[in-house]
Design a protein around this ligand. Structure first.
Ligand code: G3P
Ligand code: CA
Length: 300
């Protein structure tokens, strides 16, 4: 058994034995995965861009590994292509994780300057490891089919694109509250919430855009009561912050009925500090290692 397989196997065994899945007694709106996870009484482990430590980020192989390791949610990012198709990708340009520069020349080739067909003709795997040569960037719809179809729950991060397009995809696929949606653009979240108030939303912070469309400028970045008051105006139920949180600010969030997830935490010591503060979920590049961190805490 190789290192990846043994890590995955150990993590799966730990996650199943120490953190059993919360099985619903009967189907109801409260049993929808987004609400079940929101209400979970243990910290959640969320795989960042799939299992990006062991596979090329935001691709189907990365999502498959994340599901195999038992991640509670599988995070991905999306942009709209030039022809308006949501496509799974993290950067605003294609240069870092595809062969776009080699294929087309130039630099800083924007995702939204190419059609979905052009983008899907790129190799998004070789940069990571030659064994992933030929791996394509999935459309958002393809990623949802793969993750949800395999029993996972997707954490969709909107990088660019209107709310109506995402709402329509989720409604057409009967995925409202089968997934969670998050964004640094709190105006997008407000628009989403107005169209589809049932959907659980996460407000990423510190935000790029506030709910009223203004920019926060150089406001201090740590999560605090003022940010949380602004966040409440979006309709989001989750504050998804970086490590600039404190025991006090997590308690402030909980008093407002919000849950706090933190990104992107790969170091067990950092994770333990945040768990001591009471955070409800950890977004990580290495969900296997974070399962072990939770297991060791539970064994104390
Ligand atoms: O899920 C939170 C995290 O993904 C936000 O940062 O840049 O990795 O999308 P980024
Ligand atoms: Ca992201």
């Amino acid at each position: 058994m190789n290192v990846v397989s043994s890590t995955l196997t150990a993590a799966i065994l730990l996650s199943v034995s120490l953190f059993p899945v919360v099985t619903p007694m009967k189907a109801s709106a409260q049993d929808a995965p987004a609400l079940r996870l929101f209400n979970a009484n243990r910290p959640l482990i969320i795989a960042h861009r799939g299992y990006m430590q062991f596979a090329p980020e935001n691709t189907l192989p990365s999502f498959k590994l994340a599901i195999e390791v038992g991640a509670d949610l599988v995070e991905l990012d999306y942009y709209h292509s030039q022809d308006g198709v949501p496509i799974v990708f993290h950067d605003s340009t294609l240069d870092r994780t595809t062969d776009a520069v080699k294929r087309w020349g130039g630099q800083k080739i924007r995702v939204d300057s190419k059609t979905a067909a052009e983008i899907q003709s790129l190799d998004a795997g070789s940069w990571f490891d030659p064994k992933y040569a030929g791996t394509r960037m999935p459309l958002l719809t393809e990623a949802l089919d793969a993750i949800q179809g395999a029993g996972g729950v997707t954490l969709i991060e909107r990088k660019q694109g209107d709310a109506a397009t995402c709402v329509k995809i989720l409604r057409d696929k009967n995925l409202i509250n089968q997934v969670v949606v998050q964004s640094f653009d709190w105006q997008y979240l407000k628009a989403f919430n107005q169209m589809e108030p049932r959907q659980v939303l996460g407000a990423l912070g510190p935000p790029g855009t506030l709910a009223d469309g203004s920019r926060p400028g150089d406001r201090p970045k740590p999560m605090d009561a003022a940010w949380l008051d602004d966040l409440m105006k979006t309709g989001a139920k989750l504050a998804v912050w970086n490590d600039q949180v404190s025991k006090e600010s997590v308690a402030e969030a909980h008093q407002r009925g919000l849950k706090v997830w933190v990104y992107t935490i790969n170091d067990p010591a950092a994770a333990n500090k945040l768990l001591d503060m009471g955070v409800d979920g950890i977004i990580t590049n290495n969900p296997g290692l974070l399962w072990k961190t939770l297991a060791l805490r539970a064994a104390k």
